[in-house]
Design a protein around this ligand. Structure first.
Ligand SMILES: C[S@@+](CC[C@H](N)C(=O)[O-])C[C@H]1O[C@@H](n2cnc3c(N)ncnc32)[C@H](O)[C@@H]1O
Ligand code: SF4
Length: 353
């Protein structure tokens, strides 16, 4: 049974539906088992897999954003599209309990010519799908195809509220084209009456701080469901040493363009590879000897893992990490967005004194 609902027209119910999608109740026990494993340090998850998957359908990108790891770390990485036959085999190897498949990674998904049919196949197999896109290549027909394919959500990173600021960070993109593409997508979603959660996000980068209020009003008025002002992982490392990373337990696991599976959202040369999702089921990889060793090493001393030593993503305190694992990926993101807003508000108040 598909987990994502389409065409819900009751606005009051819609908000809940967007957070607590079908499958929520089924996932509670699995999430509780993952949260417990994280709290007490169990490395064997038996029949459990990652609640979230990041799937990189292409490693090609048309931009050179200076804050993106793809731009400054992956110079020698081949740029290619995932062959459809590999996608088919990966789809067959996904864990049925996975509650969110994010089409992202280190590339621009809209450059893949088969993107809409991939979304459709994932949705038909019961996976809620969220697309991350720079929106430069969104055409009216691609937007319609994605919306009709049953996309649960889309994240548009619009890093600035003027051509000057935006184009400094989204190098190669035209602000006005991107803004209009996103507005057109929202208009088409509303005209089709489909339930697709639109998040517009701006990173905290120099020059954006004076734009956030106007940005928030603009995109809320335009019909975005969420507007995030998000930490730049390359700069904002203050809280990362204090907590624990939930990813090796609950995911997201990343499947790169070559089908390689990583135990978290970071994929670089030092990352541990669990195996190939083209050859092996995700549940087997998530419970195999390499994944179990990653969890053991992680609990004993993160310093053993080269990827973790270099990682800049903030780490939540243990109770937050474990508690977050109890929520569905959609609910967890809603709470994260709300707490980000609160933190931004308090730091604004602090700055005014
Ligand atoms: C790497 S991109 C890939 C998908 C697509 N090309 C895009 O730009 O959305 C995925 C996400 O990473 C985010 N991202 C890139 N650099 C970042 C950074 N330094 N800190 C936090 N998020 C970052 C982007 O804003 C985007 O939401
Ligand atoms: S568009 Fe996305 S993948 Fe490409 S460089 Fe920018 S953030 Fe990275």
């Amino acid at each position: 049974m598909p987990k994502s609902g389409k065409g819900v027209d009751n606005r009051a119910g819609l908000e809940l539906e967007k957070v607590y999608r079908g499958g929520e109740l089924l996932g509670v026990l699995e999430r509780a088992a993952l949260a417990r494993a994280l709290l007490v340090g169990v490395d064997d998850l038996t029949a459990l897999g990652p609640m979230e998957i990041v799937l990189e359908v292409t490693s090609r990108c048309n931009l050179k954003c200076p804050m993106c790891v793809r731009t400054f770390q992956c110079g020698g990485r081949p740029s290619l599209d995932m062959p459809v036959e590999h996608f088919d085999r990966i789809l067959a190897n996904l864990w049925s309990g996975t509650e969110r498949v994010a089409l992202a990674g280190l590339g621009e998904p809209c450059l893949h010519p088969e993107l809409a049919s991939m979304v459709s196949r994932l949705v038909e197999s019961g996976f809620p799908v969220v697309l991350y896109s720079n929106a430069t290549r969104l055409t009216p027909s691609l937007s319609d195809a994605l919306l009709n394919a049953g996309l649960s959500g889309v994240v548009f990173p619009v890093d600035g509220h003027s051509p000057e600021v935006y184009e400094k960070y989204r190098v190669g993109a035209d602000y006005l084209v991107v803004r209009d593409n996103v507005l057109d997508f929202i208009g088409r979603r509303d005209a089709l009456g489909v339930d697709c959660f639109v998040e517009v996000q701006m990173l905290k980068l120099p020059g954006t701080e004076n734009q956030i209020n106007a940005y928030r009003h603009f995109w809320k008025d335009a019909g975005a469901d969420a507007v995030r002002y998000k930490a730049d992982h390359m700069q904002d490392t203050g809280s990362r040493r204090s907590g624990i990373c939930p990813m090796p337990w609950r995911g997201p696991a990343t499947i790169d363009v070559n089908g390689r599976v990583f135990p978290c959202c970071v994929q670089d040369e030092s990352s541990v590879v669990l195996g190939s999702a083209i050859e092996t089921s995700i549940v087997d990889l998530w419970n195999g000897p390499i994944a179990r060793k990653v969890r053991r090493d992680f609990r004993e001393t993160r310093a053993k893992l080269a990827t973790c030593k270099a990682c800049e993503i903030p780490l939540p305190p243990v109770p937050v990490s474990a508690g977050g694992s109890l929520l569905s990926p959609f609910a967890a993101r809603r709470i994260l967005t709300a707490s980000e807003r609160l933190l931004n508000f308090f730091s604004f108040l602090g700055g005014k004194k």
